[in-house]
Design a protein around this ligand. Structure first.
Ligand code: SF4
Length: 397
């Protein structure tokens, strides 16, 4: 059967679980802490939102994210997995990921996940060192990490780890220690993020009041660079600004986002991109439950992008990939040749050694990757030339 391209027909689905055991000091997500009594009602509402699909939709990737999805009581987690199996059957060979944290991951949870067809668990370890877990205001203890990761392995699930570098007081030696520990667990996939001080969070307030001292920009950069080399030497290649994987173990779900493909989204605060429209669900858990159970729409923001806006958006996300933007497929996907879209910015970025152009692709250089956000922001300010639009025959949803 011929399938429509993945940027038109969603082949990826995201399901959001907002509950967490504790609100970490650096996190500005709208998480539900101390509201565990809402779990059964939330799962009722989530199941009802999935049932609004009316017919099951086959997908290639599913990602249950949060929050901390495994913080759900086992019974409620089982109901979420059942509803997903009913409404979002996974194609053969598909990828089914779930996010988790060490304090909520044990043998019983991992067995339930494996039995329901989950293929990989992404664990928010953040650091293997007690003093850095404390600096990050994480709730899990160092001792909980080994048993959690062993449970993932015992259930035959793939492992992905999240690590944060540049916590207050962290040194390059600390970072090397964390990378070595992740490598020792033979993780197939690793996401590394520099700590950001989001406005209004407790860590941001502590920094403003001089109660903590962030690492310097130079030190953070050195950690980022060190990570790329250390991980490559362990067979984990960088395939996106913050993501590394062994061969054949990239996160295919996130690759849909970085290709600017269509995707479904369910749950409080979830985003979806279907029929070239971006929609966002309400961010308050009680509002979400109330609206769904009353039969109302939960989308509070909806925007259909113009073809030009879509082209710029595609450029911005695809440039995050190490492989960059493939000229031909970009044009096929967006209807625009990308070069005229950004031509007034390209020479300078090229001269500074931040971008490289091959016959078939445009990508960030290694030095460009560490400045990815600023470069992308700059490219988005470019003015398209009239020659950028090529009328291509293609179907729009
Ligand atoms: S566990 Fe993750 S989502 Fe929950 S509060 Fe901490 S950082 Fe935020």
């Amino acid at each position: 059967m011929n399938r429509l391209p993945a940027w038109i027909e969603p082949r990826a689905a995201y399901v959001h679980i907002p509950f967490c055991a504790h609100h970490c000091g650096y996190c500005d997500f709208a998480v539900s802490v101390g509201q565990d009594s809402l779990m059964p009602l939330y799962v009722d509402a989530l199941s009802a939102e999935l049932a609004r699909l009316e017919t099951p939709r086959r997908v290639d990737t599913i990602f249950i994210g949060g929050g901390t999805p495994t913080h759900l009581a086992l019974r409620e987690l089982g109901r979420v997995l059942q509803a997903i199996q009913q409404w979002l059957p996974l194609n053969s060979g598909g990828e089914f990921s779930i996010e988790s944290n060490p304090e909520s991951l044990n043998a019983a949870t991992c067995e339930l996940l494996a039995d329901a067809g989950v293929t990989r668990v992404s664990v928010g370890v953040q650091s293997f060192q007690p003093h850095l877990l404390k600096a990050l205001d994480r709730v899990h203890r160092y001792e909980q990490i080994p048993q959690a990761l062993d449970a993932v392995r015992a259930a035959g699930l793939e492992l992905s780890l999240d690590l944060i570098f540049g916590a207050p007081g962290a040194t390059l030696a600390d970072w090397e220690c964390d990378l070595n520990a992740a490598i020792a667990y033979k993780t197939e996939h690793l996401s590394t993020y520099g700590l950001t001080y989001e406005k209004g969070t407790p860590l941001w307030k502590d920094r403003e009041r001089g109660r903590l001292f962030p690492v310097t920009e130079d030190d953070e950069l050195a950690m980022y660079e060190f990570g790329i080399d250390r991980l490559a030497s362990a067979g984990l290649d960088q395939y996106e600004v913050s993501n590394f994987a062994k061969a054949g173990h990239r996160c295919r779900h996130n690759e849909h986002y970085w290709a600017n493909n269509a995707y479904f989204g369910f749950g409080v605060g979830a985003a979806r991109y279907v029929n070239f429209s971006r929609e966002l669900n309400v961010r308050n858990t009680s509002d979400y439950i109330r609206k769904i159970l009353a039969g109302d729409s939960v989308a509070f923001q909806s925007e259909r992008l113009s073809p030009l806006e879509r082209a710029y958006e595609t450029l911005a996300v695809q440039l995050r990939r190490t492989e960059g933007i493939h000229c031909e497929s970009f044009e096929q996907q967006t209807g625009f040749a990308f070069e005229p879209l950004v031509c007034d910015r390209l020479p300078a970025l090229h001269e500074q050694g931040l971008l490289t152009r091959t016959e078939s692709a445009l990508c960030l250089t290694r030095s460009g990757r560490r400045l990815a956000d600023a470069i992308i922001e700059d490219l988005l300010k470019a003015k398209p030339t009239p020659a950028s639009r090529r009328p291509l025959p293609r179907r729009e949803g």
